[in-house]
Write a protein that binds this ligand. Structure first.
Ligand code: SIN
Length: 288
């Protein structure tokens, strides 16, 4: 099997060719994919007609998978390793609880002490138009800061909060479920600049979706800096916008990217996605 990588944008991302994810992969092929992932930060696999079991088996080649026990209401009924992001209404006709999941820029599970290493999102159903996901390269975001800003934020920590992450999307959720998930995910502190454990490169690690406050600053000081960093980290040159096709699988590295599900869907449009989440190494600190 010859595996090749074709860039999809200036900022990040590559399409992987020469891989059939229905079949078990040789260790050497997994190593090639891992290398490409570290280089391109997000990988796109097109036309992969895979079952949930095959999705899980491929994902597990890159690390231990989350069973989503802290967001247990949203996982697949038969496969705890699959988190369902969907606009499909529930059986009783009420709106899906995850129809607004991930609509603000974020890095998965940054509100936990072991944020996700990577995530693999599989497209089951997508409307004719819309339902795109945007990705940004947070190495580039860090590298392009001034030396003065780097020096200021390099040693700093910031608060990441699940309650905040869902603050403007919570309305459509079941309040009891939202409360259970909030209680299971108390706020944590994360370094503002994260050193990627495999590449050694520095990446900016704050997001409009989850970061509430820089530790040791007044709210005014913190807001000014965070608002600037939020804007800077997603300027168009650092991003890739993915227009999904059914059977696409996109694998991203949460340690050096952020993403955002666009609200570019027509009313009633069905978008149904399955996500596996690779558990990460310890990164944050409890909020004291
Ligand atoms: C997520 O934030 O994990 C989901 C992103 C998407 O649905 O595009």
């Amino acid at each position: 099997m010859t595996i090749t990588f074709k860039r999809v944008s200036y900022g990040l991302g590559a399409e992987v060719q020469g891989v059939d994810l229905r079949k078990p992969l040789a260790d050497a092929d997994v190593a090639t994919i891992r290398q490409g992932w570290l280089e391109h930060n997000i990988l796109l696999f097109r036309d992969q007609d895979i079952t949930p079991e095959q999705h899980i088996a491929f994902s597990a080649r890159f690390g231990k998978l989350d069973d989503h026990d802290k967001l247990y209401k949203y996982r697949h009924p038969e496969h705890a390793e699959i988190f369902i992001v969907t606009t499909r209404p529930k059986a009783d006709g009420s709106p899906s609880d995850t129809r607004e999941t991930g609509v603000n820029w974020h890095s998965d599970m940054s509100y936990t002490l072991k944020p996700a290493t990577g995530s693999l999102l599989y497209c089951v159903e997508i409307p004719e138009v819309g339902g795109d996901t945007m990705f940004s390269n947070t190495y580039l975001a860090y590298d392009t800061l001034s030396e003065g800003m780097k020096k200021l934020i390099d040693p700093l920590w910031a608060v990441h909060s699940y309650a905040y992450a869902i603050h403007d999307t919570e309305k459509g959720r079941n309040p009891e479920v939202a409360k259970a998930h909030i209680d299971a995910n108390p706020p944590v502190m994360q370094p503002m600049v994260r050193i990627h454990p495999e590449t050694g490169r520095k990446a900016l690690y704050v997001s409009e979706g989850a970061t509430t406050q820089i530790v040791g600053m007044t709210p005014d000081e913190s807001n000014g800096i965070l608002q600037y960093l939020f804007r800077h980290s997603v300027i168009p040159e650092y991003t890739y916008r993915h227009p999904w096709r059914p059977r696409d699988l996109v694998m991203w590295d949460n340690r050096c990217t952020m993403h955002k599900a666009l609200r570019d869907r027509l009313p009633g449009a069905i978008r149904h996605m399955h996500r596996t989440t690779i558990l990460g190494e310890p990164c944050g600190k409890p909020l004291v």
